[in-house]
Design a protein around this ligand. Structure first.
Ligand SMILES: [Zn+2]
Ligand SMILES: [Zn+2]
Length: 284
């Protein structure tokens, strides 16, 4: 199924991301052309933290690239920027009708100013700002990746801490233009946990969105786990100007996942394409 008027996919990983062992940049571009997407943004991981493992160990699918330090903390393999940028350039020649942006997914960028400054020189065209780790409850100064954070705090506690941290990041001057997957901890939600108490979270979510809108950045609707449209409506009410769509694909077959249903829902929530089909959707 293809469609004109589809949004760009602005959050995509290829084999240049440490956790995308099934990634394939060329096949992803071919898939984008097949789907009729106007543009894609590769946003390879740029992680700088040292994560303490969750109870029971890591549960990543496929092979991941990184190392464990002397304290048992995992550090991801750094992004090989030059090779990555050259691969994007090759794809632009292979797929001249597809707009291909070269970007990064910056993890906790507000906490790593020196590392971020070093990357800034590459002039990435799309920077998604994300959180993947939260402070370790038991070891001050340490962080745990999200599954460990959920194990330590419970899902609701992890969501609340995540939202607090997201507000801090949105208020920072870290160089990102889109807030990625605000609902990331909900990937660990299971039906047994019961419905999430949105009414209790509303004030906190609206606060993050207000700070984000004030910063001039866009909100990402990540389609890995489709964002509750309630949040997109709150984004509109907070004065948010733009919505970005991201499949967060780590393999070509996940590009543009749930595109039609999510785009339709976002349109009902008050955002539409602009005259530039490769751009973010804008508030109406
Ligand atoms: Zn992410
Ligand atoms: Zn991602």
């Amino acid at each position: 199924m293809t469609g004109s008027g589809w949004p760009a996919d602005d959050h995509v990983h290829s084999q240049y991301s440490w956790d995308a062992s099934a990634g394939d940049m060329e096949a992803t571009c071919a898939r984008a052309v097949e789907l009729g997407l106007p543009a894609i943004s590769f946003t390879e991981h740029a992680d700088f933290g040292a994560w303490r493992p969750p109870p029971g160990g890591w549960s990543w699918k496929g092979t991941v690239r990184g190392r464990t330090d002397e304290h048992g903390r995992f550090m991801t393999e750094p992004l090989h920027v030059r090779a990555y940028v050259e691969a994007v350039q090759r794809c632009r020649h292979l797929f001249p009708d597809l707009r291909i942006r070269c970007g990064i997914e910056l993890s906790e960028g507000h906490r790593f100013p020196a590392e971020v400054a070093e990357l800034a020189g590459w002039g990435f065209e799309r920077v998604v700002g994300s959180l993947h780790a939260l402070p370790d409850l038991h070891l001050p100064g340490e962080v745990v990746e999200m599954r460990g954070a959920v194990a330590q705090r419970g899902l609701l506690g992890a969501v609340r801490t995540y939202l607090d941290e997201a507000a801090v990041m949105a208020a920072s001057d870290a160089p990102f233009e889109v807030l990625g997957h605000l609902d990331y901890p909900l990937r660990y939600w299971t039906p047994e946990a019961g419905p999430l108490p949105w009414a209790d979270l509303e004030e906190q979510v609206r606060h993050v969105l207000t700070v984000l809108a004030g910063s001039g950045r866009a909100l990402e609707v990540n389609t890995t786990r489709p964002m509750e449209m309630l949040v997109v409506r709150w984004w509109h009410a907070a004065g948010g100007q733009a919505v970005s769509f991201g499949s967060d694909a780590h393999a070509p077959e996940h590009l543009g996942r749930r595109w039609r249903e999510v785009a339709d829902a976002v349109s009902v929530a008050g955002f539409r394409p602009t005259t530039d089909p490769t751009a973010f959707w804008s508030r109406t």
